[in-house]
Ligand binder design. Structure first.
Ligand SMILES: [Zn+2]
Length: 238
């Protein structure tokens, strides 16, 4: 049994329901979140693309499908980060799609009431992603998500980076599996929609603690966040 103080923490910059209600600027800098860990995902202020943090480096996967370097001063309205030191590994060298991959993870994860950081690296015969386009004016997330560019790649190597979070965290994070993809050459990626694997290695680490920031911004302090966002979040993220 590990000492509480050495247990891994999932740091969340803001509850996801604020993002669902259209609070796309929460002004937490990348330099701040990188202090909290080396692995994670999220988005950027004004919903300017998807975020991947892998091996301590942040990448911005913009709506052109390309991956860009991130400067420490860039801001995020929502990101989840942890220190990733996986201890459990699985290898799959059969061809399975995303639904089957989730089924495999369902059988592998010891409890659905725990948080897991999950990295899946390897070769894929097919990857489908999407990236949210930068918003110039306010639109609810569910509407933005209806008009987001999607990308398909064949025979590509890379990493899926993300988390399993329990259903009871559904106003704080995207519940269930949430993975972003970054190509091995660090040039392409986005929010993962589907895949067909060739040969993959799955690395898993449980996370038993959560640190949640509540942004001290006028928008956050004054927006009604009591609405049930389950349906919107489901539509926007799946
Ligand atoms: Zn995502």
């Amino acid at each position: 049994m590990k000492n509480k103080s050495t247990e891994k923490v999932l740091y969340i910059t803001a509850p996801v329901n604020a993002l669902v209600e259209g609070l796309y600027r929460e002004n937490t800098s990348i330099s701040e979140i990188i202090k909290k860990g080396n692995f994670g995902l999220g988005t950027f202020d004004d919903l300017d693309g998807e975020m991947v943090i892998l091996e301590g480096k942040a990448y911005q996967l913009k709506s052109d499908g390309q991956a860009y370097k991130v400067s420490p001063s860039q801001m995020t309205p929502f990101a989840c980060i942890t220190q990733f030191e996986p201890y459990s590994f699985e290898e799959v060298d059969t061809s399975i799609n995303l639904k089957e991959l989730y089924g495999f993870l369902d059988k592998t994860l010891p409890s659905k009431n725990m948080i897991y950081a999950i990295k899946i690296e390897g070769e894929f015969s097919y990857i489908k992603t999407r990236s949210v386009p930068k918003q110039e004016s306010y639109k609810p997330l569910v509407e933005v998500a209806r008009n987001q560019p999607e990308f398909s790649y064949k025979n590509i190597s890379g990493s899926m980076v993300g988390f399993w979070t329990p259903d009871f965290m559904d106003k704080i994070t995207v519940p269930g599996y949430h993975l972003h993809f970054l190509s091995k050459n660090l040039e392409l990626g986005g929010h993962l929609l589907d895949c067909q694997t060739k040969k993959i290695k799955i690395s898993i680490q449980h996370v038993a603690r959560v640190e949640l920031s509540l942004p001290i911004t006028l928008d956050f302090m004054t927006t009604d966040l009591s609405r049930d966002i389950t349906k919107d979040l489901n539509e926007a993220e799946n």
